[in-house]
Design a protein around this ligand. Structure first.
Ligand code: MRU
Length: 364
């Protein structure tokens, strides 16, 4: 790893970028990390869809930004000056990208925002609409950075210097355009000399905690310790954890939260040891149209991710039944606060989340 540190730091890479000159969406391929930092240029709808499905670009906010740049590039290619023809093709491409992953609401949120640019400007020439689509996608990326920073500032008020923090999956810079959500308080604390001790769950089966969170925190000089998913109880019982910070893929109106599989286990264990669990969620991840966690569609992933991936040979009997949901739902009563860019929502969430949207003129 010391050699790694001598190279370009992982934090200097952009997770998602637009290369407008070459009509490409450029992503840092996260399936190659931590071994290799490789940027890939995606041109076609199929390439973008596959990159999202295969988690080359992943994490709710990063998926949203990738989809916004993606739909802009696909729209740019539509050869017509007729708005109706353009809009019909735009919607087709939008639905296609939207089908890549079902749980993170940021995907449909970003695509809907891009669609609104078309409908609100339907009287303009198609070339002008395309320019506005680019501006919107660029703005969406810039906003993501500001939003993560604001989440970091609010999150930092919940902890004190020297605290132990546990996190699950990767809600870090790699999952966003900068700072991350759950890691934003950690990075801001790092800048301000808080000396947090961070514990990162490895996060089976795709190891986002080990490959990505431990990697980016370590590269940033944060005191991070990698643990297996089944060790969170042990570190909490030891009294090493003062707070849990996690990201999320969709927050329902009642405060139930879908996040990476295993989050609900961490939250249940944290309740046992009186450790507060904070969910860091930009308002783009809050879905007031979804009443409860039971209404959130949970993505099911292929079996080989559990049985074969990361192993030299299969580590389960051939043909055995495998259940591989990518996410689980953490019940709202296990959550001490939902940290948004506008402040911290507390129970009862049905009221506090709605209030944040109303107060800040957010569309829901
Ligand atoms: O399957 P992934 O790697 O996309 O899952 C990511 C998570 O569960 C993150 O915690 C969530 O998207 C928030 S990222 C700021």
């Amino acid at each position: 790893m010391s050699d790694e540190r001598a190279k370009k730091n992982i934090m200097e890479y952009e997770t998602v970028a637009l290369d407008d000159v070459n009509d490409a969406l450029v992503i840092l391929d996260q399936t190659k990390l931590p071994g290799k930092a490789e940027l890939v240029s995606l041109h076609t709808g199929e390439e973008i869809w596959e990159a999202i499905y295969l988690l080359k670009v992943r994490g709710a906010p990063a998926i949203g930004v990738a989809a916004a740049f993606g739909i802009y590039l696909l729209a740019k290619r539509i050869q017509t000056q007729d708005y109706d023809v353009f809009y019909h093709e735009f919607c087709k491409q939008k639905e296609y990208l939207n089908s890549a992953r079902p749980t993170a609401v940021n995907l449909s949120w970003a695509l809907n925002r891009m669609e609104r640019i078309c409908t609100e400007n339907s009287r303009l020439p198609v070339t002008e609409i395309k320019k506005k689509l680019k501006e919107e996608a660029v703005a969406l990326k810039e906003e993501d950075i500001q939003v993560c920073k604001a989440i970091g500032e609010y999150g930092l008020t919940l902890v004190k210097p020297g605290d132990g923090i546990l996190t699950h999956c990767n809600a870090g810079q790699l999952a966003t355009c900068r700072y991350g959500t759950a890691t934003a308080p950690i990075y801001l604390g790092q800048e301000r000399g808080y000396h947090f001790r961070v514990f990162a769950d490895e996060t089976r089966p795709l190891l986002q905690g080990a490959r990505l969170t431990a990697y980016e925190l370590y590269a940033s000089g944060v005191d991070v310790t990698l643990i297996c998913d089944n060790m969170s109880g042990a570190v909490m019982r030891n009294g090493w954890i003062n707070a849990v910070f996690v990201g999320c893929d969709r927050v329902a109106a009642n405060g139930d939260v879908a996040n990476k599989i295993g989050t609900s286990v961490v939250a249940a264990v944290a309740q046992r040891y009186h450790v507060p669990v904070y969910v860091c969620a930009p308002t783009s991840t809050i879905d007031l149209h979804t009443a409860t966690g039971a209404d959130i569609m949970i993505e099911q992933r292929p079996t080989h991710e559990v049985t074969d991936m990361w192993y030299e040979k299969p580590m389960a009997p051939e043909g055995v039944k495998v259940y591989n949901p990518a996410f689980d739902v953490t019940d709202h009563d296990l959550i001490a606060g939902i940290v948004t860019e506008y402040g911290i929502a507390r129970a009862p969430y049905t009221e506090s989340l709605r209030e944040i949207f109303v107060k800040n003129n957010k569309i829901f």
